[in-house]
Design a protein around this ligand. Structure first.
Ligand code: GLC
Length: 446
């Protein structure tokens, strides 16, 4: 017998960790992201625009992300550097960790607000790019919220509160950037973010121990890594990302991981504001964004940039109609309050979700050239096991062209909005007199 002489095809080391998506994920149309950190003390960024819409050469010196404060103030001549000097002199960034007191933090009230908004899962930052851990993370010494500043295990407090409201709990972890273990100078381009990051074995071990500690303490359902993972961990064997994923799934069959570990394994894809939107195809993606242009609380953001409840409902409807899920961020103040303007939008979204949440949760995309989505008038389509669903954000009469054989047009009704729906030659005609918290929702039994 001769042995084969051809070299075996290169194996995909991640193939064996892939598995079907847990059932809760496709129904989890709305998640709440929480960016809370020492950066919530200065809470300052130029509201320069949405990521992906601001030209890259302007973005970093005028970074709209308040959680990037520690980077932006190191860019000479940036308005943030100027603001920092004027307000805090030459105070080092870590002074904000000590100044971060969470005297008004009420995790149960936060969780209730999120559940009332219709959220199915909540993901707080556990360590952002500044490297400050929001729990007593191994290897961080006292540079965490248990030993300094808040003097609390913020991750644990949120995990308990979120679960008590029946929602899934996930953890955001910045594996790619950690400004406390590197000394590259500020990032000023996207290429620097990708290229100038800690990649060595020691940082890989440090970060792996963090994520393992998070798994052990809080059993998260989502590992939401950011930016990338140190290259030295992208392999199989001891101290590898492959081993981490394998152990994660063994411990929690309901667990999922996002796609920001580099060219590795992912359970679903992510986009962010207007960045990376090419992945928004099919049915297995999640768009994340802040209520305004920032994730961390930015005291400069007002109603001009913070989405209203009605706009949120429309955004969620749009994302779901295209097969996605929305991870919507709140940025609490350093004291531990969700700013009133953010609360108002969430409560408004909650009123819309109270009326239509069951429909939205069971919905998936419905693509039919016979009934296209449009922006003027704004119309989106969903499909549920029981209904074809039209979202219509238009006061007055909107004709909906629909082939008569597709659904029971005679039994169409308005689920949300003050108005009525009638048969027409072309399909249906929706008359809406009043809308409060979101688009009208018309359901048509199949
Ligand atoms: C980006 C940003 C970051 C934010 C995150 C949320 O990678 O660097 O500040 O945490 O996206 O998606």
């Amino acid at each position: 017998m001769t042995s084969p002489t051809t070299t075996p095809p290169e194996t995909d080391i991640w193939a064996d960790v892939s598995r079907p998506l847990p059932a809760w994920v496709p129904e989890a149309k709305l998640g709440i992201f929480i960016h809370w950190g020492a950066y919530s003390v200065p809470a300052w960024a130029e509201p320069s625009g949405a990521l992906g819409a601001v030209p890259e050469e302007e973005w970093f010196a005028h970074n709209a992300y308040a959680e990037w404060y520690g980077n932006t103030i190191r860019i000479p001549g940036s308005p943030a550097a100027e603001h920092h000097r004027e307000t805090y002199g030459d105070a080092p960034y870590d002074d904000f960790l000590d100044a971060w007191k969470v005297s008004r933090f009420d995790p149960a009230a936060w969780a209730q607000l999120f559940a009332d908004a219709g959220a199915a899962y909540v993901i707080p930052t556990t360590k952002h790019h500044d490297g400050i851990a929001l729990w007593d993370a191994p290897g961080t010494g006292t540079r965490n919220t248990v030993h300094r500043g808040p003097r609390q295990d913020l991750v644990g407090a949120l995990a308990d509160a979120v679960r008590a409201e029946g929602m899934h709990f996930g953890v955001y972890y910045s594996g790619g950037l950690d400004w406390s273990v590197s000394s590259f100078g500020p990032h000023t381009t996207g290429a620097e973010v990708s290229g100038l990051r800690p990649n060595d074995a020691a940082y890989n071990a440090y970060a792996l121990l963090h994520v393992r500690d998070l798994m052990q303490r809080y059993s998260p359902d989502v590992l939401w890594n950011d930016i990338n993972w140190p290259d030295s961990g992208k392999r199989t064997g001891a101290w590898s990302l492959h081993e981490l994923f394998t152990d994660f799934y063994a411990a929690n069959p309901d667990g999922v991981v996002n796609d920001r570990w580099g060219e590795t394994h992912a359970d679903y894809r992510t986009s962010e504001y207007e960045h990376g939107t090419d992945i928004e195809t099919g049915t297995n993606w999640e768009q994340c964004r802040g209520l305004g242009f920032s994730f961390g609380y930015n005291q400069l953001e007002d109603t001009d940039v913070v989405l209203s409840g009605h706009q949120l409902a429309r955004l969620l409807g749009d994302v779901v109609s295209r097969g996605g899920r929305l991870l919507l961020n709140v940025g609490p103040t350093a004291e531990g309050e969700i700013p009133a303007i953010q609360q108002e939008s969430l409560r408004s979204l909650g009123r819309w979700m109270a009326a239509v949440g069951t429909t939205v949760r069971s919905a998936s995309r419905w693509d039919s050239p016979a009934a296209p989505a449009g922006d003027d008038p704004w119309v989106r389509w969903l499909s549920t096991p029981d209904h074809l669903v039209a979202l219509v954000d238009q006061i007055g009469t909107t004709p909906l062209a629909l082939p008569a054989d597709r659904a029971a047009l005679d039994r169409a009704e308005v689920l949300y909005g003050t108005g009525s729906v009638t048969r027409s030659d072309a399909g249906l005609e929706v008359r809406i007199d009043e809308l409060a918290d979101g688009p009208a929702v018309v359901i048509i039994p199949w």
